[in-house]
Design a protein around this ligand. Structure first.
Ligand SMILES: [Zn+2]
Ligand SMILES: [Zn+2]
Length: 204
């Protein structure tokens, strides 16, 4: 049974998940407060993976890098979002983020090892360019970012968004993973692929 813990932080109530892989803890996404939360949990972080570069998922990246000196992984299309301080001016947010250069570039892959844990990495754009979902088949667990929510999907009206691309990606890449798969989304409570396949009002 896999050991994982969730944290919700920041004004957008963004979720982060810490998963204990064989060679150490991986954190998925870094909302405001995530670094302090890791410290409170006594988690010695070894790797930070970002589902995508939206500002609410990356606010603690620089702090975490300083605190734990761990590598940071993101899709190549997300790099400017974490490395360019002014990137989110275009989004109309007056928020600034301390820029960081990522260490690992992560693209879609049928099998990729992170700290001794195997993941299928899926690229499901439409909410955000370079939007990654990390799937552990062994544990029937999907860290999904802002792609599929309980009864919802990620918004597609932000720069680089595309509704059709998002819906087809969910239908073609996520729904086939299996009804028993637990989805840990970037916002809101966990769900399952089966529940969303049957009842999600956006993608049927
Ligand atoms: Zn997002
Ligand atoms: Zn988000």
């Amino acid at each position: 049974m896999i050991n994982y813990r969730g944290f919700t932080g920041g004004v957008f109530e963004t979720n982060a998940y810490a998963i204990e892989a064989p060679a150490g803890w991986i954190l998925f996404d870094a909302p405001d407060g995530a670094c302090a939360w890791l410290a409170r949990q006594g988690i010695e972080l070894k790797l930070l993976l970002l589902t995508h570069g939206h500002i609410d998922h990356i606010q603690d990246v620089a702090r975490i890098k300083r605190q734990f000196n761990c590598p940071i992984g993101i899709h190549p299309e997300g790099v400017p979002m974490v490395s360019d301080r002014e990137f989110f001016r275009d989004y109309g947010y007056q928020l600034e983020v301390e820029p960081v250069e990522p260490d690992l570039l992560i693209e879609a892959s049928p099998s990729r090892d992170f700290l001794g844990m195997n993941f299928e990495v899926l690229d499901v754009p439409g909410h955000c360019p370079g939007s990654l979902c990390f799937f552990s088949r062994e544990n029937e667990l999907l860290v999904g970012g802002d792609v599929l929510f309980a009864g919802g999907v990620g918004r597609w009206d932000l720069p680089g968004g595309d509704g059709d691309l998002l819906f087809s990606g969910i239908r073609e890449k996520l729904y086939p993973l299996g009804d028993n798969v637990t989805v840990l989304p970037g916002h809101g409570p966990p769900t399952t692929i089966g529940a969303e396949r049957r009842t999600n009002p956006f993608v049927r």
